[in-house]
Design a protein around this ligand. Structure first.
Ligand SMILES: [Zn+2]
Length: 240
């Protein structure tokens, strides 16, 4: 299994690694800084460098069967056994980190002020994202209220903690119960939890910023109804 360095340090933009396997389009490494697409966060892109050679990583995914992290490359992959340098497209990834933390904070604000749970969400590149809520009604006015409250809380520069919580403790934590913590596969123990101090706490495998001040202003650019009890908000972050 690949050592997923990003889960312990989201700010690592490069690392050295050894090629364990390749099928010509995908490369498996012994360690990596590339986040594999999942949990609504896009997979990382960048380059692999070995000797005088480089190849572009267009996306990073998790293989459905082996659950290995696979770096999808556009060009000839490095040979098995080669030592490579992984270099992230850091600007793109950092925007994903800011966006991901913003989405968690948004879900915390909506739950606290409106009692609504999240039914889905997704991030695009460029600081754009959407989140769906179990809400009866949605309006532009509600969007503006949520935006103001979200930005007020983010501007307090609250710390974001990455915790490894024993499964039994996580299942008993009232803050985590609302996020359907019981749906995390039974084999996972401890459970990785992202805690945005005083705003939101949930099980998550993604990469996040250290504090909410890094996110900057969040704009609610669209509110829409996706069904009776399913309402959507689209957000846009400023460039970093
Ligand atoms: Zn998340």
């Amino acid at each position: 299994m690949t050592d997923d360095l990003f889960s312990r340090d989201a700010y690592l933009a490069t690392c050295e690694a050894t090629v364990l396997a390749t099928d010509g389009v995908g490369v498996v490494l012994d360690r990596t800084v590339f986040y594999a697409r999942g949990g609504g966060q896009p997979g990382d892109s960048g380059i692999l460098r070995w000797g005088e050679r480089t190849v572009v990583v267009t996306d990073t995914v998790r293989d459905r069967e082996s659950v290995e992290i696979v770096h999808l490359v556009d060009g000839a992959p490095p040979p098995v056994g080669a030592t490579v340098t992984c270099e992230l497209d850091w600007a793109r990834r950092y925007t994903h980190m800011r966006t991901h933390t913003a989405l968690h904070a948004l879900s915390g604000v909506i739950f606290r002020d409106h009692g609504a749970k999240v039914t889905g969400g997704n991030m695009e590149s460029g600081g754009l994202a959407r989140m769906d809520f179990e809400l009866e009604s949605m309006s532009a006015e509600l969007g503006r209220d949520v935006e103001a409250e979200l930005n007020r809380m983010l501007a307090e520069d609250r710390p974001v903690h990455v915790l490894l919580v024993p499964r039994a403790d996580a299942l008993a934590d009232p803050d985590l119960i609302r996020t359907k913590i019981n749906l995390v596969p039974a084999a996972i123990d401890p459970i990785r939890v992202i805690d945005i101090e005083g705003i939101d706490k949930q099980a998550d495998g993604g990469t996040h910023v250290h504090s909410t001040g890094e996110i900057g202003p969040v704009h609610v650019v669209k509110t829409e109804s996706k069904g009776k009890a399913n309402k959507r908000m689209r957000i846009q972050l400023d460039p970093s």
